[in-house]
Design a protein around this ligand. Structure first.
Ligand code: C2E
Ligand code: CA
Ligand code: CA
Length: 745
């Protein structure tokens, strides 16, 4: 029994009676569309060749027409047509071009159909739901309209009177009409942002296949009919056979459809030949004919089976590629893919859905304290929790401790509460916090952009104990646009000179004379006005673009120093800011040296400021570069000391010329006795290990006096001037507002 069932199953699937998965169906359809590109291309070439042949015949006859020879024929009582048939070629007797046009109109139909299919098939692959190329849409509309109009032009013309001629002609017209109409329909359908339906492709390809088969029948049959008795064989019947092979091997739907189609067309053709009076369809030919049909059927089945097995393999691979290895839920690529599929096929079903972006705060601490394995396990559990809570939506992991969800906008806050509690319970001691950002997209918004916005909303809850959930709002939106603007326009801003350094004075604390200045970037934007570093520096650092801006500022400063020297001004050293990313992405010493050489400057006029946070996660590249710069003779300044998790090791491990104390130390200066003691100790400590000090953010005289008393060498802050333009600084020097002190220690 079991064996019989197995046998039955395998026979059914052999002939394609088993239904395929959607994936396999799409795969088969795509394979057919791809094949039709080749089919159409071959047909175009062949038919152009045919047309050329027709003209060639006409031209040959026309050129070699011999009046005297014809006169002899005429006298013997033959007609002009007979004369032509005897001497040249019966087709050559047109005498009139209209005959030729009549005979090529048939080829033209074919070329038209092939061009239409070619454009259709190419645009099938090139036009995706998001990437619609107008050129293809227009080309499709034009060619399909021509197909339809062409038929209306042909209809009034003479349709052959014999049965075969009449029916093949009518069927060809119908096929071309169906082809044109389906492409037109499909183009309109897809231009409303919906992906093409497979069924439409099947109709397009089938009507084209019909045309091919009709062509085969027509040529094959007429050749059979016109071959005269004294010729042993009819030759062009191979045209019919070729067309059938062509269609059967390239367009594979289901084996039983191919069998049905091939058998029908063979039977019809055999009957046509059989019923033809005047020539016999030989028995031997009939045997050849059937052998041919059987072989073709086997080939068709084999191609079908091959394609199905390829599709299944592909599907398995895709399945593996869809999941996140660690958590076993979808990965981000698959998440996006699934949403795009929904948007293209069932957009209505995701109306009002919402994106959620999840971040686990303190996860790093969890990893540190409980080991990486435990961290991985937590992600696995919690990923499943999120997925189970949003079973009505799509859940994926986006890397690190980030998860994304796209789901119906129902009871979101309640569901998040549940998840948040569950997360806390996973390890109550370590205070894991769930932070979630949400965003309601427009219907066809790209998933990765939408997730960016949800992520951005989530970022607004960062390090805030009172806030766990935020929705993307207008304020965020304008920030988001600004962010995109900055990223997209950095190169332009550099080119157009929108990015310039401002200079903030630095003074000696004992005499308040100018000892240098710090170059601070400003972006003078035509749309957004003057942008300050907090608007663009963090964004450029995040996108690893900051090095472009930094190089621009360094060069601008060097250029300015050179031109001031050239015009006889006295100059002061300038501190340049360096980001961690500069060292990661570029050979900083080489670039700095290049600038110094190019502008022929003394190295002592450049100070290199590196922030403390850049040094915190130790990086060999940065260390090597700093040692190199130091050995080349540049002064290295430690910026923002005390702003983050200061580690005295930084002072121990590196050789700094100046330590810049962060302005944080000066907050509550007047009320907080402790901050004075701390400042005093750090300044003392620095001088003991041979480093000079500078305090940033000096705003009052009492601060300045105190710092001078405890031995801080340099001061910088609004008390002595805000960052100003080069011209303003020069004016200040010329007017005596700033007096240049000793500049090189
Ligand atoms: P920073 O290097 O610590 O620069 C000092 C910042 O403190 C400047 O802000 C300055 O205007 C401000 N400041 C100076 N004195 C006072 C004061 O008395 N009170 C107060 N409240 N603030 C004062 P700015 O110009 O907005 O720059 C911010 C940060 O952006 C800089 O901090 C620096 O880290 C970064 N930055 C600026 N220009 C560049 C650049 O060209 N490249 C890189 N990589 N970063 C830059
Ligand atoms: Ca700085
Ligand atoms: Ca600083």
């Amino acid at each position: 029994m079991e064996a019989i069932k197995k046998f039955k199953d395998s026979v059914l699937s052999l002939f394609g009676f088993k239904s395929n998965s959607k994936y396999v169906r799409n795969y088969l359809n795509e394979a057919n569309v791809r094949s039709s590109i080749y089919m159409a291309a071959i047909i175009i070439v062949l038919e152009i060749w045919m047309i050329i042949r027709q003209f060639q015949r006409y031209i040959i006859v026309f050129l070699s027409y011999d009046e005297t020879k014809y006169a002899a024929f005429h006298e013997a009582g033959y007609t002009k047509a007979e004369f032509f048939e005897y001497y040249y070629d019966k087709w050559g007797y047109s005498g009139h071009l209209s005959y030729i046009f009549n005979s090529i109109s048939f080829y033209l139909i074919f070329i038209l159909a092939a061009v239409a299919v070619l454009i259709y098939a190419i645009s099938y692959f090139k036009n995706t739901a998001y990437h619609r190329n107008k050129k293809y849409t227009i080309a499709n509309i034009i060619i399909s309209s021509i197909c339809i109009l062409w038929i209306f032009m042909l209809i009034p013309q003479k349709i052959p009177t014999d049965n075969i001629g009449k029916w093949t002609t009518i069927l060809m017209y119908v096929s071309l009409m169906v082809l044109g109409a389906t492409i037109l329909l499909n183009t309109i359908y897809t231009s409303i942002r919906i992906k093409a339906r497979n069924i439409l492709s099947i109709v397009v390809i089938s009507s084209f296949a019909c045309l091919c088969l009709l062509f085969g029948i027509k040529i094959g049959y007429s050749d059979f009919a016109h071959t005269t008795e004294n010729m042993e064989k009819y030759y062009m019947i191979t045209c019919f056979l070729t067309m059938v092979i062509f269609v059967s091997c390239l367009l594979i739907f289901k084996p039983y459809i191919s069998i049905l189609m091939n058998t029908t067309i063979f039977v019809v053709f055999a009957m046509m030949l059989d019923s033809f009076e005047g020539r016999e369809f030989l028995d031997g030919d009939r045997v050849n004919y059937i052998t041919f049909l059987v072989s073709l059927t086997m080939i068709t089945i084999s191609i079908y089976q091959q394609r199905v097995s390829e599709a299944s393999k592909d599907r398995n691979l895709e399945f593996i590629a869809s999941f996140d290895e660690l958590t076993d839920i979808y990965n981000f690529q698959h998440f996006c893919k699934e949403i795009i599929e929904k948007q293209t096929a069932h957009a209505e079903s995701i109306k009002g859905w919402i994106y959620l972006f999840f971040n686990i705060e303190n996860f790093k601490a969890y990893n540190d304290k409980r080991t990486f394995e435990a961290g991985d396990e937590l992600l696995l559990y919690f990923g499943h929790d999120i997925r189970d809570e949003f079973l009505d939506g799509i859940t994926a992991r986006q890397g690190d401790d980030h998860f994304v969800v796209f789901a119906p906008n129902d009871d979101i806050e309640e569901r998040l509460d549940v998840l948040s509690k569950r997360l806390k319970n996973l390890d109550p001691e370590l205070k894991l916090e769930l932070k979630v950002g949400s965003y309601i997209p427009t219907l066809y918004e790209k998933p990765n952009r939408a997730v960016d916005k949800a992520r951005y909303a989530c970022g607004s809850c960062k390090n805030r104990y009172d806030k766990h959930y935020a929705t993307y709002d207008d304020a965020m939106d304008s920030f988001f646009h600004k962010k995109q603007y900055i990223i997209n326009n950095l190169d332009r801003a550099i080119e157009e000179g929108w990015i310039i350094p401002y200079y903030q004075p630095v003074v000696w604390s004992n005499n308040k004379k100018l000892c240098g200045c710090e170059a601070l970037a400003r972006w003078k934007d035509p749309d957004y006005g003057l942008l300050s570093p907090k608007d663009f520096i963090p964004i450029l650092e995040e996108c690893r673009l900051i090095q472009k801006l930094d190089v621009c500022i360094w060069e601008s400063v060097c250029k300015t120093l050179r031109s001031l020297l050239d015009s006889g001004e006295r100059i002061v050293p300038v501190s340049l800011n360096f980001s961690r990313i500069d060292f990661e992405l570029m050979d900083v010493p080489e670039i700095v040296e290049g600038l110094i050489t190019k502008y022929k400057l003394d190295k002592r006029y450049i100070h290199i400021e590196v922030t403390e946070s850049a040094l915190s996660d130790s990086q060999s590249k940065l260390e090597v570069a700093l040692i190199k710069l130091k050995s080349l003779g540049y002064a290295i300044w430690l910026d923002d000391f005390g702003s983050g998790y200061s580690s005295l090791n930084v002072l121990k491990d590196y050789e700094f010329d100046v330590v810049k104390l962060d302005m944080k130390f000066l907050t509550n200066f007047d009320d907080n006795k402790k901050s004075r003691s701390i400042l005093e100790s750090i300044i003392d400590l620095s001088s003991r290990i041979g480093m000079n000090t500078l305090t940033e953010g000096v705003e009052t005289n009492s601060q300045a006096d105190f710092l001078n008393d405890v031995g801080c060498g340099r001061l910088q802050g609004y008390l002595y001037g805000r960052p100003i333009t080069r011209e303003e600084l020069l004016d200040g020097i010329h007017s005596g507002k700033y007096v240049i002190g000793d500049i090189l220690e």
